[in-house]
Write a protein of this length. Structure first.
Length: 155
């Protein structure tokens, strides 16, 4: 499942290179979150399209969020407060120093969502929903088949 990003690319001398992540939230959801309690983890209704992209639509009622059945094309996703805004699990994606150009193509975060709404950010993908791989992580070439050992000489 993917959520559209609004990324920026700051650098941190203490933490190394990373991309700050900002998620696209609908206007209705953004206005609902303005009054949300920052000491909670509100859950939102996310509609999933045919490509697997989620649109975060609205807050779910905290008293009934887990008991209310969702439509087949929807998930519940927990949000967390971070630095004055609401994020899905994380507001940063860390990468190896000097590898920032590769990650500038990120347009979506790829997530795994647990049944209770907890999210895990597992990667970033480009506009075509193709994974962006860190430098040096290409699959290794097939191993060469070793030549047969010469016959042992007896003597």
């Amino acid at each position: 499942m993917f959520i559209e990003l609004a990324p920026v690319d700051p650098r941190s001398l203490m933490q190394g290179d990373y991309m700050a992540l900002n998620y696209r939230l609908g206007d209705t959801l953004r206005s609902q979150l303005d009054g949300a309690d920052r000491l909670t983890q509100p859950q939102v209704l996310a509609r999933i399209d045919a490509r697997g992209v989620a649109q975060l639509e609205r807050l779910l009622d905290p008293d009934t969020a887990t008991a209310t059945p969702l439509p087949a094309d929807a998930l519940r996703i927990a949000l967390s407060p971070k630095n004055g805004r609401w994020v899905v699990v994380s507001d940063a994606w860390f990468f190896r120093e000097g590898d920032g150009v590769r990650w500038q193509a990120a347009r979506y975060g790829e997530f795994r969502i647990a049944p209770d709404g907890r999210a895990l950010l597992v990667g970033l993908v480009g506009a075509e929903l193709k994974p962006i791989s860190p430098a040096g992580t290409a699959p290794p070439p097939p191993a060469a088949i070793p030549a047969p050992a010469p016959p042992a000489s007896g003597g």
